[in-house]
Design a protein around this ligand. Structure first.
Ligand SMILES: Nc1nc2c(ncn2[C@@H]2O[C@H](COP(=O)(O)OP(=O)(O)OP(=O)(O)O)[C@@H](O)[C@H]2O)c(=O)[nH]1
Ligand SMILES: [Mg+2]
Length: 634
C-alpha cells in the first residue's frame, strides 16, 4: 500500500498555542532551542510528523508567531499543502493572526483547518464569539467553510476530533508530483558526529536519491547525497511533499546557510531580475512608488529587491500589477513560485505574488504592449510561452535544458513542445540548441548579405574565411553558425571549400581582368624558379597595389599553383616540388647537410636558401639539428 505524504504547517499569533497543539497531536515538542524553552516562544521553525494509520503520513512545520520572526513563518509556510490555523479562545484575532492569514493566501495555500485553542481557559460564550469572529475574517477567503474546531491542548479535549478533521482534509490534497525539477530550500543545517553535514527542508518539487550529485545554489559548490531520510527513516528516494533530511558528502556546514537551495547541478538558473505579478494588500498603507527597495521572501530565501512598476506610476493598496524586481544578489527561483513582499523600513507584510519570467530583459515602463506580455506570461499556454522565450532569445536561442528551467517544467514537457514547434516550422532544433525559425531565417539572410558584400568589396578574393564570416555575424553558438552555413550550401546560395566560403554564382567567379593578372603572376614565378621576385617587385612590375597582388597570390595558392614560402616570397608549385625531391634525395644519401652543402647543390644564395630551408622544416620534411638538417623520419 502506498502511503500518502503531505506537509502541513501551523500559523497564528504568538502564544496562541501552536507548539502546544502540535505536541498534543503528535507527542513531539517542536521548541528545541534553550532560548525557546526559557522564553516560552518559538523562534526557529519546528518539525514534527504523525502517522495516520498506514496510509497517511503528515509532516508538520511549526512556525513562530512573534512579529519579529515573520520571515521564519514565511519560510515554514512556503511549500506546505495545508495550514493548521490557530486562534486562542482567550485572545481571539490578533495582528499576526491577520498577517499570517494574508501570507498563507498570498502563498497560494488552498486549504486548512482552524483550531480555536485554549478552550479550557475561556468560557463557552467566549469560544462561540471567537468562532464568529473567525468566520467573519475568513469570509471570501481560502479558509471560508473550513472546519473550525475548538480544542484544548491541556485537557486534550477535541484533539481526536481535530485529528479526524486533518485526515479528512488531507484526502482533498493532491500529492505533489515528483516529476518536476528537484528543489529543496534549506531551512536547517547542522552536523552530526560521524555523519557530517545534514540539511533539512520541505522538498517542493522533484526527487533525490542517495548517490545523486547536487549543487548548493546560488553557489557553484557541488556535493553528493550520502543518505536521504524522510521522517527519520532512510529512504531510497526523497521527494516533493516530504520533509527531507539529506546527509551531504563534500560540503562543510559553513558553506551552506538557510536560504540556499539544493538542486541538481546545472538544473537551475541564477537570476537577478524577474517579471512578476504583484498584489498589494488592501490595508491602510500608503501607495508604493516606483524603484522602492523592499524585502523579497521566497521559500527560505530572502533578499533585497528594487520594485519596478511596469504598468502604473504608483501601486495603490488592493492593486494587482505587472512588475519587475531587481535583486541585490542573484537568487534561484522558478516561474510559478509564490513570493512575499515586506517593507524594508517598517517591517510589515505588504503583499506578494507569482514569479512569471526568470530571465526577462529590461522593459520600458508604461508603454503599450506590456498588457499583452503580462497576459501571456500569466495565462498563456505553455506553447505560447515557449514561443515568447524563443523570440526573446533572438539569434542565440538556448539549449532545451535551459528552456525547461525557463518554463519551470520537466525536460520531457519542454522537449515535447519544441518537437511540435519544429514540426510546425516555427522553431529550429540544432543539436541541443533551439532557435526561433524566424530568427534563424534572418541570421541566414544576414549571412548571405555579408557574403555578397564581401565579394563586392574584395573582387579579387576567392572567398571569406569561415572564421571571419562567423565573427562578422551576430554572436551565436558555433553549431548555429554551422547549420546556417550548411543550409545556405544546400540551398545553393553558398559554396564552401576548405575553410573558405563564397556566394554561389555571385562575384565569386573572377572576371577576365583578374584571370589575366593571375596568369601573368604565375608566369613570372614560373620563369624565376627558386629565386622568385618579392611581392613588392612583382607589384611594381605589374603596376598594381601590393594588396591586390596578394589577393591574387592567395587565389593561386588556393588553386595549388603557387606556394607561400614566407610573407613576401612565393614559389611556383612545380619548383617547390622539384626542390623537395632534390632535398629528399640528397638527404637520404648523405643523412645530414649544412646550409653550405645545400648552397653547393642548388647554387642558391643565403637570401633564398634560408627561407626555403625554414619552409621545409615547417612542412616537416626536414628537421634542424644544430646547424645541420636531417630528414624527418616517419
Ligand atoms: N490553558 C491552556 N494553555 C495553553 C494551551 N495551549 C497552549 N497553552 C499555553 O500557552 C502558552 C503558549 O503556548 P505555545 O504553544 O508555546 O504557543 P505558540 O503559539 O507556539 O507561541 P509562538 O510559537 O511563540 O508563537 C504556553 O504557556 C502554553 O502552555 C491550552 O490549550 N490551554
Ligand atoms: Mg510555538
Amino acid at each position: 500500500m502506498t502511503v500518502k505524504q503531505i506537509v502541513i504547517g501551523t500559523a497564528g499569533h504568538i502564544d496562541h498555542g501552536k507548539t502546544a497543539l502540535i505536541k498534543a497531536l503528535t507527542g513531539i515538542d517542536c521548541d528545541r532551542l534553550k532560548e525557546e524553552k526559557e522564553r516560552g516562544i518559538t523562534i526557529e521553525l519546528g518539525f514534527a510528523y504523525y502517522r495516520f494509520g498506514d496510509d497517511l503520513l503528515v509532516g508538520i512545520v511549526d512556525v513562530p508567531g512573534h512579529e519579529r520572526f515573520v520571515k521564519h513563518m514565511v519560510a515554514g509556510a512556503w511549500g506546505i499543502d495545508m495550514v493548521l490555523f490557530v486562534v486562542a479562545a482567550d485572545e481571539s484575532i490578533m495582528p499576526q493572526t491577520r498577517e499570517h492569514m494574508d501570507i498563507c493566501e498570498l502563498l497560494g495555500i488552498k486549504r486548512g483547518i482552524v483550531a480555536i485553542t485554549k478552550i479550557d481557559a475561556a468560557d463557552p460564550d467566549m469560544v462561540e464569539l471567537v468562532r464568529e469572529e473567525v468566520q467573519d475574517m475568513v469570509k471570501g477567503r481560502f479558509l471560508e467553510g473550513a472546519p473550525i474546531i475548538p480544542v484544548s491542548s491541556v485537557t486534550g479535549e477535541n484533539i481526536d476530533v481535530l485529528r479526524t478533521a486533518i485526515r479528512q482534509k488531507a484526502a482533498e490534497v493532491e500529492e505533489k508530483s515528483r516529476q518536476g525539477i528537484f528543489r529543496l530550500p534549506v531551512d536547517r543545517v547542522f552536523t552530526i558526529k560521524g555523519f557530517g553535514t545534514i540539511v533539512t527542508g520541505t522538498c517542493i518539487s522533484g526527487a533525490v536519491r542517495a548517490g545523486d550529485e547536487i549543487q548548493i545554489y546560488p553557489t557553484d559548490k557541488k556535493a553528493r547525497v550520502r543518505n536521504a531520510q524522510a521522517y527519520h527513516e532512510d529512504v531510497k528516494e526523497a521527494g516533493a511533499g516530504q520533509r527531507v533530511a539529506l546527509n551531504l558528502q563534500g560540503v562543510e556546514k559553513q558553506e551552506i546557510e538557510r536560504g540556499t537551495i539544493v538542486g541538481r547541478p546545472e538544473s537551475l538558473l541564477l537570476t537577478s531580475r524577474i517579471d512578476a505579478s504583484l498584489r498589494y494588500l488592501k490595508l491602510p498603507f500608503k501607495p508604493i512608488k516606483n524603484n522602492t527597495i523592499l524585502r523579497f521572501h521566497i521559500a527560505t530565501t530572502q533578499v533585497e529587491a528594487r520594485l519596478i512598476l511596469l504598468d502604473r506610476p504608483e501601486l495603490e493598496p488592493g492593486d494587482e500589477a505587472f512588475v519587475q524586481f531587481v535583486f541585490s544578489e542573484p537568487i534561484v527561483v522558478l516561474p510559478g513560485d509564490r513570493f512575499i513582499l515586506r517593507g524594508s523600513y517598517a517591517i510589515q507584510t505588504l503583499g506578494g505574488g507569482t514569479v512569471l519570467d526568470i530571465a526577462p530583459g529590461k522593459h520600458k515602463r508604461l508603454i503599450p504592449g506590456l498588457d499583452a506580455m503580462y497576459l501571456l506570461l500569466r495565462s498563456g499556454s505553455t506553447r505560447q510561452k515557449v514561443e515568447y522565450h524563443l523570440e526573446k532569445a533572438g539569434f542565440k536561442g538556448f539549449t532545451k535544458q535551459h528552456l525547461a528551467v525557463l518554463l519551470g517544467a520537466h525536460q520531457d514537457v519542454a522537449d515535447g513542445i519544441v518537437a511540435d514547434l519544429a514540426a510546425l516550422g516555427s522553431a529550429r532544433v540544432i543539436g541541443k540548441m533551439v532557435v526561433s525559425a524566424g530568427r534563424f531565417g534572418t541570421y541566414k539572410e544576414t549571412l548571405k548579405a555579408l557574403l555578397s558584400q564581401f565579394h563586392e568589396k574584395n573582387p579579387l578574393k576567392i572567398g571569406i574565411s569561415r572564421e571571419e564570416l562567423r565573427t562578422r555575424l551576430p554572436d551565436v553558438d558555433p553549431v548555429i553558425f554551422q547549420a546556417a552555413l550548411e543550409d545556405a550550401a544546400k540551398a545553393g546560395d553558398a559554396e564552401i571549400e576548405k575553410d573558405r566560403v563564397r556566394l554561389s554564382g555571385g562575384t565569386g567567379k573572377p572576371d577576365e581582368s583578374v584571370g589575366k593578372l593571375a596568369g601573368q603572376i604565375a608566369a613570372m614565378l614560373e620563369a624565376r624558379g627558386l629565386t622568385p621576385p618579392t611581392t613588392q617587385e612583382m607589384a611594381d612590375e605589374l603596376r598594381i597595389k601590393e594588396r591586390s597582388l596578394r589577393d591574387v597570390l592567395e587565389k593561386l595558392v588556393y588553386e595549388g599553383k603557387v606556394v607561400k614560402v614566407k610573407s613576401d616570397m612565393y614559389l611556383a608549385a612545380r619548383h617547390m616540388e622539384e626542390l623537395k625531391s632534390l632535398v629528399k634525395e640528397q638527404l637520404t644519401r648523405r643523412k645530414e647537410m649544412l646550409p653550405a652543402d645545400f648552397k653547393e647543390v642548388t647554387g642558391l644564395s643565403r637570401k633564398y636558401m634560408i627561407p626555403l630551408l625554414e619552409y621545409l622544416d615547417e612542412i616537416k620534411l626536414t628537421i634542424r639539428s644544430g646547424d645541420k638538417r636531417v630528414l624527418r623520419s616517419g
